[in-house]
Ligand binder design. Sequence first.
Ligand code: NAP
Length: 463
Amino acid sequence: METLKIMNPATGEILKEISCHTEQEIKLILENGQTGFKKWAKVNAHERSRLLKDWARKIQEHKAELAEIITKENGKPLSEAVGEINYATSYIDWYAEEAVRIYGRTIPASSETKRIVVSRQPIGMVAAITPWNFPAAMMTRKAAPALAAGCSFVVKPAEETPLTTMRLIELAHEVGIPTDVIQYVNGQGPVVGKLFTDSEFIRKITFTGSTPVGKVLMKNSAETVKHLTMELGGHAPLIIVEDADLDYAVSQTIISKFRNAGQTCVCANRILVDENVIEAFSEKLTAAVNKLTVGNGMDTNVDIGPIINEKGFNKIVAQVEDAVAKGAEVLTGNKYDVNKEQSSFFVYPTVLKNIDVSMAIMQEETFGPIAPIISFKTIEEAVEIANSTPYGLAAYFFTNDYRVGMYLHDHLDFGIIGWNDGAPSAAHSPFGGMKESGLGREGGIEGIEPYLETKYLSIGNLV
Ligand code: NAP
């Protein structure tokens, strides 16, 4: 039987060895999920809501334990892991409230003898595939609306970080959410993904991960016409307009760029600065970056943990080397702390200037603590650079001029926009991307819609 060794990316310590589910086991899990769906769909919305609230409370009671699991398997600093547990819980709280607000409607008929009623029902069994960078939040953002809507749920976590998911699901079972209503599968992405897309029981795939894998899932889902939510890659621009409050903008840039060592889909990857303030902004950003500390996320006062694995590390180094070879100036960083024997890869936060659009770092998602600064002359030029990739997830800009702000809002092709805000994500807001960054939204009132079918009833021959 194949196993997964879960490793602490800061130390190389093997945290646990777990078995991958076999094909037979996965098929049984999906059959159970179908049985679970039939029962769960009939549980009244107030009871589903109550169980979700109990799950949220239980997670909060286990916050310290869960945060430690996240930090050990993912590497992010413990304070960020605590923040992730709170963020993950906020989705369960939000959708516990939405469970009792799934309304239908009536439509005035065109005949006196007819009535038209529209009702909503759960879509069926939902399969989720999640990434390693937010092992708790990317799961609850999907599980909570699915369960609230009356769907059953099965998730395949990333191979690097299954322990958080497994523990969260144990806690769901402990509060009484049935074991066949929320389940996990451990295994390799392509193998499990194919079993999910081929399954007759699964009616919806919800995926958070890279754009290429999202495209594979979309193709494979066509055969059984599954519903899809795709939260894919991003390459966020962060625009500093001439009038911006630079100190504030720097503090927000640090939050957006360096959280989770820059391994987030919404992190600022391309920093566009008006040529009249580029010197001042670069100096202030470099000074702030020099205060960030790198190390094991379990140690106090660490800001930047390790990169998840060697593949991710190599991509970051290649982007920096490419930029430097093409003329980028290193203002700070470009330093690494590598121990290949224990598979630990640390990248010091790096600021690069003299960037141009020919560099790989301006075209491909970075997923590392590298801040490339490019200058622009006009707002129109900034918009053109910002929109010039296939991605459209998040964008940020800093200005106190409301006309410029609204122009940027109107012209940036991104699903999430932070105006003087480096951290816009929230459970009550619709999160998702345009273009090749994805399909659908998670969070907010929009986030439950993808788990619901609309059924239209026309009653005739009435008196
Ligand atoms: P990834 O390689 O796409 O993996 C994500 C998940 O997909 C993992 O569970 C992985 O399983 C699975 N997978 C891999 N190949 C598969 C296949 N052929 N069929 C089905 N599943 C497959 O992405 P990642 O490197 O872990 O995560 C980083 C990416 O996620 C970035 O692009 C980031 O922007 C994106 N992301 C997007 C959002 C958003 O909301 N838009 C949020 C967070 C992250 P294995 O672990 O077994 O390979």
